[in-house]
Design a protein. Structure first.
Length: 162
């Protein structure tokens, strides 16, 4: 499953980011816990995405998953910058970007699990079938996010009185 030190770093930071992201989503916003665990989430996401850019086992070259890692990095940074600057409207930008960042992480985790299970079962056999399956899960996650995230947003802003 983990074929190298780079793979181990990638896997470990993915688990850390999944756990920290869940804690941040569930914790009251604006607290020391939120800021501390949130910083850990950002660090884990940066390491996770940078490490993914160096993994080329599937095709031997740049592939759609590398583009998604770049997009994930951009999403995380778009969530961090408004929180640091605190200009008018920062909270909505921070929430939206960080929530989509976590949803993307969940999509990647689901994609990895499903693709590995389908590969093991012999359902998916070719490289492009694997990539297509992963992208299909990513698209499904975006659709789910468009429904779920606005509902979670109301709950998140209820914590802060916004």
């Amino acid at each position: 499953m983990i074929g190298s030190s780079l793979g181990a770093i990638h896997f470990t930071t993915a688990i850390v980011a999944l756990a920290f992201g869940a804690i941040v989503l569930g914790a009251p916003k604006g607290t020391l816990l939120h800021r501390t665990i949130g910083a850990g989430y950002v660090a884990a996401m940066v390491i996770l995405n940078v490490s993914s850019l160096a993994i080329y086992r599937l095709t031997g070259r740049f592939q759609p998953f590398h583009a998604l890692a770049l997009f994930s990095l951009a999403t995380v940074m778009c969530g961090v910058v408004p929180a640091l600057r605190r200009r008018p409207g920062w909270l909505m930008a921070h929430y939206s970007c960080m929530a989509w960042s976590y949803l993307g992480l969940l999509a990647a985790a689901c994609s990895e699990i499903v693709v590995r299970l389908f590969l093991r079962a012999g359902i998916l056999t070719g490289t492009w079938q694997l990539i297509g399956g992963g992208i299909a899960i990513a698209i499904l996650s975006v659709v789910v996010g468009m429904v779920v995230l606005p509902r979670l947003q109301r709950t998140a802003f209820a914590y802060t009185g916004q």
